[in-house]
Design a protein around this ligand. Structure first.
Ligand SMILES: [Fe+2]
Length: 463
């Protein structure tokens, strides 16, 4: 340590050693370690209600067992952070690199994704041992690394935070599907406190969100993509210009009540409403309602992480595919927004930096009714949280996009085909993980993700 540095506070030293943005985020080394511990502890909190048996099941190929998520995010820190930077590195277990590599071809062969549910060892408790071991080694590295090493590894550490948060969201989406397959209708978490004592099964409240309103946006030559300090994924870059014709965005998400009208009007039976591939899925898979809806004696019920309850018409419709979202928009005489329209409208509405909403910072693991419009407040409701919102935009590279070198370059770029972009975050997105420029993506037919619908009108032609 130089004489000059010894006169500095720990926070000043940290700022001198790192990018300014990272220093502002974490303060000093202790702050960085505390942030690491907080992210890691949250994963364990989410897994805590689940038995080892719950954590082992893989109910379909898209779903991963809870204990696999817990191990894979640990493998990520071990592989991308410790292997190149820990003095005398040795893996916790020689074969875990094969078992817990998700999709990184650069790192060699890996265990088949659809077979993750066949793995009974390591068990959930042994995965906990793995997590504890890696946690101790990461803390040592962050505490003792020399300045040059710390500066070099910080972007990887921060990517590890956000990667683990992505899996926290997936863990909840996946266990929702696992529990949905059990005829005993198990509950992941207790019903929201507001329901306790209620004799009426249902979600938090039954607030009527009112009729759908519309927000006019001027458009023109606008900029989209991440800018300035703070973390973003590579696929949010570079910020660039794009042209938008004048358009309108619905001020809230489509509700279950509106979706029921679509169903009663033959929404799932009229081929003219559907894209060809979507109609193919309707027929092949027997779609007749959103993913987690079941009909009993003429009444529709919805499976949630809080249990199964009658479909509440005030809640946003959830767990619909892009095909269904598009068919609904066609039926309604509207269209889905492009991702640039969504992002620009949110910024114009003053919510670009102010990310708040029904994210996973409550004990409600489900979308809530749209809050009443506030005079003088933001015009767009349910922007961040509740449901990831399907857009009409195919997931592809922004102009000038270049994935990073090496295995980490596989994180996002190689998935830029045959998927659609979703925006906004959902009720299962960890707080601090949602951003206005965040580009989520799923295949057109995906329904197990917590996805919903916001309509658009004007501007680009609807199909
Ligand atoms: Fe991952």
């Amino acid at each position: 340590m130089s004489a000059t540095q010894s006169d500095q506070s720990p926070a000043d030293q940290f700022a001198a050693q790192t990018d300014q943005a990272l220093a502002e985020t974490y303060g000093d080394r202790d702050g960085l370690v505390a942030a690491y511990d907080a992210v890691r502890a949250h994963t364990e909190t989410l897994a805590a209600p689940l038995s080892p048996e719950d954590q082992t099941v893989q109910s379909m190929p898209d779903v991963s067992p809870t204990k696999w998520h817990r191990a894979h995010v640990t493998w990520f820190f071990e592989t991308f952070l410790l292997s190149d930077n820990e003095p005398g590195f040795a893996p916790f277990q020689d074969r875990y690199w094969f078992l817990f590599n998700s999709y990184y071809e650069t790192l060699g062969p890996r265990y088949a994704r659809p077979d993750r549910g066949l793995i009974t060892r390591p068990g959930a408790h042994e995965v906990g041992d793995y997590r504890g071991n890696v946690d101790g080694r990461v803390r040592d590295l962050l505490t003792r690394a020399d300045e040059e090493t710390l500066r070099r590894v910080l972007p990887t550490v921060e990517l590890g935070f956000h990667h683990e948060q992505q899996h926290q969201e997936l863990l909840l989406m996946d266990i929702k599907h696992v529990l949905s397959r059990n005829p005993l209708e198990p509950v992941y978490a207790g019903r929201p406190a507001a329901l306790l004592g209620s004799t009426t099964p249902g979600p938090l409240e039954h607030a009527d969100p009112g009729p759908m309103g519309w927000v006019d946006v001027e458009g023109g030559l606008v900029e989209v993509g991440h800018e300035g300090g703070g973390f973003c994924f590579d696929n949010e870059l570079p910020r660039h210009r794009t042209w938008l014709e004048p358009y309108r965005l619905a001020d809230r998400l489509v509700t279950n009540g509106e979706w029921l009208e679509f169903m009663r009007d033959g929404g799932y039976e009229r081929h003219g409403l559907w894209l060809s591939d979507g109609w193919g899925r309707v027929k092949a898979d027997g779609w007749r309602a959103p993913f987690y809806w079941t009909e009993r004696d003429g009444e529709w019920f919805e499976h949630t992480l809080h249990g199964t309850w009658p479909v509440d018409p005030t809640l946003p419709v959830a767990h619909v595919s892009f095909y269904e979202a598009d068919a609904y928009a066609t039926w309604a005489g509207r269209r889905l927004p492009s991702e640039a329209e969504w992002e620009h409208a949110v910024v114009v509405d003053g919510q670009g930096e102010r990310v708040s909403g029904n994210l996973a910072d409550t004990t409600t693991w489900h979308p809530r009714p749209a809050a009443p419009a506030v005079p003088g407040g933001p015009r767009l409701r349910q922007v961040h949280g509740d449901c990831w919102e399907w857009t009409s935009s195919a997931y592809h590279a922004y102009p000038g996009f270049h994935p990073p070198e090496g295995a980490i370059g596989e994180y996002n770029g190689k998935f830029m085909s045959s998927q659609m972009v979703l925006r906004g975050g959902c009720a299962l997105t960890p707080p601090g993980h949602a951003r206005t420029t965040y580009r989520n993506f799923f295949p057109h037919s995906a329904r197990w993700a917590l996805s919903g619908v916001r309509l658009a009108d004007g501007g680009e032609p609807r199909r």
